[in-house]
Design a protein around this ligand. Structure first.
Ligand code: NYM
Ligand code: MG
Length: 218
């Protein structure tokens, strides 16, 4: 039995630093919602499986060099190529859980020390994409993130970058118009964080029909 036979699904985004536990939490969340009878799809960005995603994957693994603006626009294009199917799922009553979205897109590019990409410039290609009904920001200190395992080998996985990313995330989520952002203390245990996430997500899924149709990012 599904609970949203007449209504639309919810668009729920999970954001945060590398090693905040986003992917584990998205998997737990999607499974729990399915067990409760909801229709759910789990999507992650970058989606490395598409032709654009392969360019991104090569870049992140250091196999290619790209201009900062170019790679930024590829990350955004990777979301745009998925936008229609997300919209369709939502309209058909399927809730979509998204692992990283526009906030990561803007913040990581603007955090690059050697580029001059402003947060404002970096946000522009996101305008018009499906707007999340809820964004969960998994908040973790850079020290705790570092304790969870050594840095990976990909670009951006270093201390300086992570510190800047955290600051920019915090400046974004403090903007007054971003009322759909919910900050979660991701320093707790996996089980505790999963519990803390479930509540606002269920609340959001209950309320989406009052929100009306899926909105667009402005
Ligand atoms: N990243 C991710 C960006 O720089 N821009 C984006 O738009 C997105 C979605 O990719 N360090 C960065 C953040 C991560 C890296 O993501 C790979 P993941 O979730 O570690 O696979
Ligand atoms: Mg990562």
């Amino acid at each position: 039995p599904t609970c949203e036979e007449d209504g639309r699904g919810a668009l729920v985004v999970v954001e945060g630093l590398d090693r905040a536990g986003k992917s584990s939490q998205c998997e737990i969340l999607a499974r729990r919602l399915q067990e409760m009878g909801h229709q759910v799809r789990y999507v992650r960005f970058p989606d490395r499986s598409t032709p654009i995603g392969k360019l991104i994957d090569n870049y992140l693994r250091g196999q290619s060099q790209l201009d900062d603006h170019s790679i930024h626009l590829l990350f955004s294009a990777n979301r745009w190529e998925a936008a229609r199917s997300i919209q369709e799922d939502i309209a058909n009553g399927v809730s979509v859980i998204v692992d990283r979205y526009s906030y990561s897109g803007a913040v990581y590019s603007a955090a690059k020390g050697n580029s001059n990409l402003s947060l404002q410039w970096a946000w522009q290609p996101e305008v018009g994409l499906p707007r999340p009904d809820l964004c969960l920001f998994l908040s973790i200190s850079t020290e705790e993130a570092a304790r969870r395992g050594g840095f990976g080998v990909e670009r951006y996985e270093n201390d300086t970058m992570q510190k800047r990313v955290r600051e920019l995330f915090l400046s974004l989520i403090e903007l007054p118009h971003n009322d759909e952002i919910c900050v979660i203390d991701a320093g707790k245990s996996v089980g505790e964080v999963a519990g803390d996430i479930l509540e606002p997500v269920l609340e959001c899924m209950k309320n989406v029909d009052a929100i009306g149709p899926l909105r667009k990012l402005g």
